[in-house]
Design a protein around this ligand. Structure first.
Ligand code: HAM
Length: 535
């Protein structure tokens, strides 16, 4: 049996009714705040996320579904790169993800031209990686003669690295974006903010002033699947972005977004949420904070996990993403961002809090909240919900005033959030099962022998009156039609026999009460919807 891939799932009725209920409420609430929908592609260039979200983040470093969309000559054509298409023999050779190479997760064993090769898509392979690859190559070489080592990268390698690769006998293929033969590293989007800002730049949306955009759609991260955490999951997000003159930097925007979220959650009946709020400062504050972190980590980093040891050097802020329990006491003692905010950032943050208090949105301050993406500046927040257990962040977001510039665009401060729709639906399910929002058929039209055409005509007429109609089949005996109508949850069954058609009046039976009346054709729609209200 072919099954859905690990970490992905089918959403089936009646649960989909709950998803539609959520999305309808979202569209309704967002409209009241003057947001409009944007739909960006599900895959983008890898570079967008590397530059936007940040190379050191877990998302970009470990969790992206990346592949080469390669239309090169037969010699360099790389096939079966994508995980799900790993050939059998390659799978038997080695696990797909090598624990030793965890920090270089884009290294894959692939089969190309009948040979097994290592391929590394990371932008900056380290000398250490080259050595490790070499080691693997030797082990694998013993298992399978044809195993060969090749490093494929889409960025130019420094000369020193090239020489090292030569000594280690590693073939390097550099995929040059300027090459006349097109070749691109592509990635399934792990989030939608980078794509939205790319679209903002590409379509010069600054001409429209302040943009208030929202999206609903799937995102992809190769995380360890568990309750509330999937590899294909859905986000409902919104972004407010525009040139500084449009007021995009104003604390009014931050507070409006948070108030909109509180309104949405309340409207959906999720009341026991907690809003955690922080300011991660502007780039200048962050530089000072990073420096202080680097200093504080220097004497203790040896005791920390491998990821943290690396982060302590490359991007100390990311140490706060660490989940290793043994590292937590060290992390707890590190400096706090709140000590490094400059006056404008502090005033901005205070202004946000003042409006929130005025509009009655409760929040708690948490100066440990830095969020797992690099683009954040100033306001950062998460809404948590107790019912969700370990994966309790129902949504997260914040400001990203420098993102547009980091992607090559003009200054365009912005703020946004993304709700994990899977988690939102999960919290709703506890209170209202999908059945409660599902609209069942108003009527089941049951044709007697030979009456299919007449029944279809009648069903068509009734559906024009916004009734939900299930159409039976004259191959069913009356008893089977009744069973089908009951199973479908229909309120009424309408019998279409030869006599009824002749008289132009039909037997309408209420399946709950058992009451049956004869109703003229012209009166049917009205009777069915009117009686629905009385019931
Ligand atoms: P994020 O915190 O990475 O932020 O994701 C937002 C929400 O998506 C999380 O709070 C969680 O509910 C949900 N989520 C994330 N990963 C998974 C998963 N594997 N399975 C199920 N749900 C998940 C962002 O993505 C930012 N783009 C938000 C943003 C928009 N910031 C500014 N604008």
């Amino acid at each position: 049996m072919i099954k859905a891939v690990r970490g992905t799932r089918d959403l089936l009725p009646p649960d989909t009714a709950l998803w539609n209920f959520v999305e309808a409420a979202v569209r309704d609430v967002f409209r009241a705040y003057n947001f409009q929908e944007i739909r960006t592609p599900i895959f983008e260039t890898t570079e967008l996320f590397a530059r936007g979200v940040g190379e050191e983040t877990d998302i970009v470093g470990k969790e992206m579904y990346t592949w080469f969309d390669d239309q090169r000559s037969a010699e360099t054509k790389l096939e079966d790169v994508f995980l799900s298409r790993q050939p059998k023999s390659a799978k038997q050779l080695a696990p797909v993800e090598f624990p030793e190479l965890k920090y270089q997760p884009r290294t894959r064993l692939i089969r190309s031209q009948g040979k097994n090769e290592f391929v590394d898509y990371s932008s900056s392979p380290s000398p250490d990686l080259l050595h490790r690859l070499k080691e693997y190559s030797e082990i694998w070489g013993q298992i399978e003669r044809r195993a060969k080592l090749r490093l494929v990268t889409d960025r130019r390698l420094p000369e020193g690295m090239r020489r090292l690769a030569g000594v280690l006998d590693i073939a390097i293929t550099i995929l040059d974006p300027r090459d006349s033969r097109p070749s691109q590293s592509l990635t399934l989007r792990p989030e939608n903010t980078a794509g939205t800002v790319r679209a903002y730049i590409e379509h010069k949306l600054w001409d429209r002033g302040l943009n208030k955009l929202y999206y609903i759609g799937p995102q992809f991260r190769r995380e360890r699947p568990q309750k509330g955490r999937y590899r294909q999951f859905y986000q409902i997000g919104a972004e407010v972005i525009g040139p500084p003159a449009s007021g995009s930097e104003s604390p009014v925007r931050d507070a409006e977004i948070l108030e909109m979220l509180a309104t949405l959650l309340d409207r959906l009946g999720i009341t026991d949420w907690n809003l955690e709020l922080n300011s991660v400062g502007c780039p200048a504050d962050r530089a000072k904070f990073n420096e202080a972190l680097r200093k504080a980590l220097e004497p203790v980093k040896e005791k920390m996990c491998a990821d943290c040891q690396r982060r302590a050097v490359t991007n100390p802020l990311r140490v706060f993403d660490c989940k290793v329990p043994e590292d937590q006491p060290i992390i707890e003692k590190l400096p706090r961002i709140s000590q490094f905010l400059d006056a404008p950032c502090r005033e901005h943050f205070e202004a946000v809090q003042k409006i929130l208090t005025a509009v009655g949105v409760r929040f708690s301050l948490n100066d440990r909240l830095v969020r797992g993406l690099d683009y954040y500046t100033r306001t950062a927040f998460e809404f948590t919900h107790g019912a969700l257990g370990a994966q309790n962040a129902i949504l997260g977001g914040g400001r990203y005033d420098g993102l547009s510039e980091a992607l090559g665009g003009p200054a365009a401060p912005g703020i946004g959030f993304a709700i994990g729709e899977d988690r939102l639906v999960m919290s709703l399910q506890e209170k209202s099962p999908a059945e409660s929002v599902l609209r069942k058929p108003d009527v089941y039209v049951a044709p007697m022998a030979g009456m299919n055409a007449d029944a279809a005509r009648l069903a068509r007429e009734l559906r024009r009156h916004d009734l939900i109609v299930e159409l039976g089949d004259d191959a069913f005996r009356l008893k089977k039609s009744f069973e089908a109508a009951t199973k479908a949850g229909a309120k009424y069954i309408l019998i279409v026999g030869e006599n009824e058609v002749k008289a132009d009046a039909f037997a309408l039976k209420n399946l709950a009460s058992g009451e049956q009346i004869s109703v003229p054709r012209s009166d049917l729609a009205r009777k069915i919807s009117a009686r629905e209200q009385v019931d």
